[in-house]
Design a protein. Structure first.
Length: 292
């Protein structure tokens, strides 16, 4: 109904989408996001580089297993840290790496710089469970611990027991993409070759990576090898297995534009999907979009 505003929007879209958010809403000061850590940082980084260029991002709360656990009191820091609030949920912590007979510790027994697995009882009377989250104690605010989410225990690549977390794999992937001129990473998933069965070939167990890129339609063999090379540089145990031949060369596939949007639709949720995919039905969907 507002013809003048509609004309403004059309004019700004015609100029391109880089920095368009601030052009459309000049008084906008901050972008509030639900998650800004782990592999979900990929989406935040993409927005920072394009549509939301020039705007700070702020992740105000930390959620896990459906429970609100902490608040971010430091909005200007690039890496979110969260103050755990003692009366929001009952939290226990398992020291990492796991001991033979693990014993949980409470908020007052945490040590700065150490990592812990989160054990959660969200509400009185509900069952106690491991949330699958690993946290690092970054410090203390008065007597309450301040934590940084590190990784999800279930999201690891491990064809030979190497256990590479999805967040660290994402860093290696982004570093490799930076070596491909003109390429911008839109989304990705990685699967272990055993999930593909006979279609993965007869070579040693390996990783199969599906990428959606913008600005690059194909990759040379040398470019494809960059990702495997980055993984070897970042993870000595992976390099050792590759050298011995017990892990085969990583295979990389490019998928069509919008493939991951279709996959999220199949999941029935707009939320980011697991980076380490383990469901055969969803894998078949993503394989159908491979272009090279």
């Amino acid at each position: 109904p507002n013809a003048a505003r509609a004309a403004e929007l059309r004019a700004e879209c015609a100029r391109g989408f880089e920095g368009i958010v601030q052009r459309l809403w000049p008084q906008l000061e901050v972008v509030v996001v639900g998650t800004a850590h782990g592999a979900e940082r990929l989406y935040c980084d993409a927005l920072r580089q394009a549509e939301c260029k020039g705007l700070p991002f702020y992740c105000p709360f930390y959620w896990a297993a459906g429970a609100l656990l902490g608040v971010n009191l430091w909005p200007e820091e690039p890496v979110p840290r969260f103050l755990l609030c003692p009366d929001w949920a009952f939290c226990e912590f398992l020291p990492c790496p796991a001991e033979e007979e693990p014993q949980t510790v409470l908020l007052g027994e945490l040590w700065e710089g150490r990592e812990y697995g989160l054990v959660l009882t969200a509400r009185p009377g509900e069952y106690r469970c491991r949330a699958g989250e690993v946290l690092r104690v970054a410090g203390f605010h008065k007597q309450c611990p301040v934590v940084e989410p590190v990784r999800r225990e279930s999201q690891v690549l491990s064809v030979r027991g190497e256990s590479i977390p999805e967040e660290q794999f994402c860093r290696s992937l982004c570093r490799a993409v930076g070596m491909w001129p003109g390429a911008r990473l839109i989304d990705y998933i990685c699967v272990e070759s055993a999930l593909l069965g006979s279609s993965s070939g007869a070579c040693a167990p390996h990783y199969e990576v599906f990428l959606e890129l913008r600005g690059l339609r194909d990759l040379s063999e040398g470019q494809r090898y960059k990702l495997d090379q980055c993984l070897q540089e970042d993870f000595p145990i992976y390099k050792s297995f590759r050298f011995k031949g017990s892990i085969g060369p990583l295979r990389l596939h490019l998928v069509g534009a919008g493939a991951f949007a279709q996959l999220r639709e199949a999941l029935g949720s707009p939320l980011p999907m697991p980076r380490v995919l383990r469901e055969e039905r969803l894998l078949q969907l993503i394989q159908s979009t491979v272009i090279s």
